[in-house]
Design a protein around this ligand. Sequence first.
Ligand code: HSE
Length: 434
Amino acid sequence: MKPVNIGIVGLGTVGGGALNLIRDNAEELSRRTGRTITVSHVGVRRPRPDLTALGIVVSADIMSVVQDPAVDIVVEVIGGITDARAVVMAAIANGKHVVTANKWLLAEHGNEIFAAAEAKGVHVAFEAAVAGGVPIIKVLREGLAANRIDWLAGIINGTGNFILTEMRDKGRDFEDVLVEAQALGYAEADPAFDVEGNDAAHKLTIMASLAFGVPLQFSKVFMEGITKLTRDDVAYAEELGFRIKHLGIARQSAKGIELRVHPTLIPQDRLIANVNGVKNAILVQSDPVGPTLYYGAGAGAGPTASAVVADVVDLVRALTAEKLHSVPHLAFMPHAMANTPILPMEEVVTAYYLRLQALDRPGVLADVTRILSQHGINIEAILQKPADDAAGTVPVIILTKLVVEREMNAAITELQALTEIVAPVTRIRMETLA
Ligand code: HSE
């Protein structure tokens, strides 16, 4: 049988890693697929005489890769959204299968891309788009296909998790760790995407579609980053038996689907609370299997190339067997996608950690608890720390039981209006993940 030719668009960390992996593991890949897999064409801005010498066509014009009739599968790893979208749509129009690691592209334009692929009879594979080397796409689409998925919660941004781990372990400040995290090379091209939650929201959008059989709806994800977290919050949470993790949470409730990305207090003894550094992990609660946890490297050349090349292997197998659409792009058959509403954040029910900076005088706590009780908010724990500033104000930390976010928003507005509360109230959502 003739070799399968791969065109790679973009030779950065991921593209370079995929090129090396396909060459280094050529024999293993051939044993797994029954075909020879060859990188025949790469699209990269700078000349690469080393690759030309190996017989690989090198084009500065990335579109010439997708127009090359010899290329069977296009690997899009340029990142960003404008050029990547043009490359993927042109590849599909030219009847080529696509592998992409681009979560931003899929979260924003995936519905259009998958519809075009299905109309054209080609496949767009995207294992590397979520959690790098952790094969969570295959898990949600195939491994758990017999289950009803109730919720999933993931640490899906390695950069953010590294920052939170350092803040906790070494008591370092956010800004200080951020600089080091970016130097590690895991950060997005726009580092704000890591710390403001966009990157995690892109990945959550994709996982929620696969879990619940709904179209991709990035614009409806509630998003809060880690930029406002303080060392004190991290330490107080520890004292109360919790750890702060930046989680992407997707949950199907009777009213609709929750899609939210935010710092979250979780009990210290949960396995996922102990996922540290740049590692990723996704906890999936489904019926009948119960909770399952997937852990590993969420970024970097090797792990991401592992996922990209696994997709290449899947496509080569499917090409060889001519059974391309046996696994639908978004796990459910296109005609069977549900229009379950995505819940506005105000309707989400969760527990909370609140930190108030209060004047140290009689009656303050009475005012605070009165406001909470007027909004039906039940207190789980309360902790007052010694004065920590020149004015002698005291931090008061309150953990609450479950309450709908609308009531909490109203209560926080009233708390902040009290003259005894001297700074904006810090609110961090809290989940037991039980
Ligand atoms: N910037 C991402 C992270 C890379 O830190 O996890 C993988 O998507």
